[in-house]
Design a protein around this ligand. Sequence first.
Ligand SMILES: [Zn+2]
Length: 72
Amino acid sequence: MRCKICGGGGGGEGEGVCDRHAEAERRLREHFKVWTERTGLGWAEYLEAILKNERTGILVKEAASYLLQNGR
Ligand SMILES: [Zn+2]
């Protein structure tokens, strides 16, 4: 399986993301629950806010950018 975000992750077939990006995506989705309750805004707005946040880690930004482009 190759990571859809960074292209890494080694052998095997199928679609997916590497462990590091899977963890970043999991954290993104978990934090979204808190964020959407506080702001009332949606998924795309959340991802854009994540991308603009200077304190966001690069892995999380890469995952957010990927999810934004793929509309999920
Ligand atoms: Zn990756």
